[in-house]
Design a protein around this ligand. Structure first.
Ligand code: URA
Length: 228
């Protein structure tokens, strides 16, 4: 891609303003001032007045969401997960599948609406794996009840089959295909238990890295993007 187009698409500047910035020597490519609009950009580091520009094109990020952050737009009580990302990356990003304010773990963000739609589509049946801490020991019939589907308060259809792996009497791994509002908490409420802690570990083939501390993020790999 030509440098002037890279500047316009990554900043929203008009072509004439981008050309003026180039002329003034405000643009560097891999640390060197470049004034030629037609310089080809292919993976180099481009800066405008010292500010690193993010290559145009869709962005796909994986964030280890900490507790206390909301995954929708800002509200008055809690900061938004976008605040955990560098400002130059935030423009146009949306959460692909939300987590409650007190839920931690794997959160995907993208500006690619179609990809996000595929990820959330019940037809795609993208499995989500949660580690769940419960207030009371798991009753012996819950695995069977979740496999058959449970009725959630206010819903007319039962949940799709879900699987449980019991780690301890009060800690389980739950795999669900859907993403209804507060689904995991409502599923356990439906069987008389209560979720004390909720942490998402996996969506489809995309797994939260052990090495990412709460609040840390990374770009998805090409393979992960293609897996959805
Ligand atoms: N289910 C919930 O109840 N909360 C979440 O944050 C995610 C799934």
């Amino acid at each position: 891609m030509r440098l002037d187009r890279f500047l316009c698409e990554s900043t929203g500047l008009t072509r004439s303003v981008a050309k003026k910035a180039l002329h003034r020597g405000d643009v560097t490519v891999d640390g060197l001032v470049v004034k030629k609009s037609d310089q080809q950009i292919n993976g180099q580091e481009v800066r405008l007045e010292g500010r690193l520009l993010v290559a145009p094109g869709p962005r796909y990020l994986l964030l280890h969401k900490p507790a206390g952050y909301i995954s929708s737009t800002q509200d008055e009580d809690h900061p938004c997960v976008l605040q955990l990302l560098p400002p130059e990356l935030r423009r146009g990003l949306q959460c692909a599948g939300r987590l409650d304010v007190d839920t931690t773990g794997l959160l995907l963000l993208t500006d690619d609406g179609q990809w996000s739609h595929r990820l959330r589509s019940p037809k795609k049946a993208c499995n989500k794996v949660y580690q769940v801490d419960l207030s009371d020991p798991l009753a012996s019939d819950v695995t069977q009840r979740f496999a058959e589907g449970v009725e959630l308060h206010g819903e007319d259809k039962a949940t799709l089959p879900a699987t449980l792996e019991v780690l301890t009497p009060t800690r389980v791994l739950l795999t669900i295909q859907e993403g209804k509002y507060h689904q995991v908490k409502r599923m356990f409420a439906a069987v008389g238990n209560h979720v004390m802690g909720l942490h998402r570990l996996q969506i489809g083939d995309i797994v939260l890295d052990d090495s990412l501390a709460p609040g840390e993020w990374r770009h998805l790999t090409a393979e992960e993007i293609a897996s959805i």
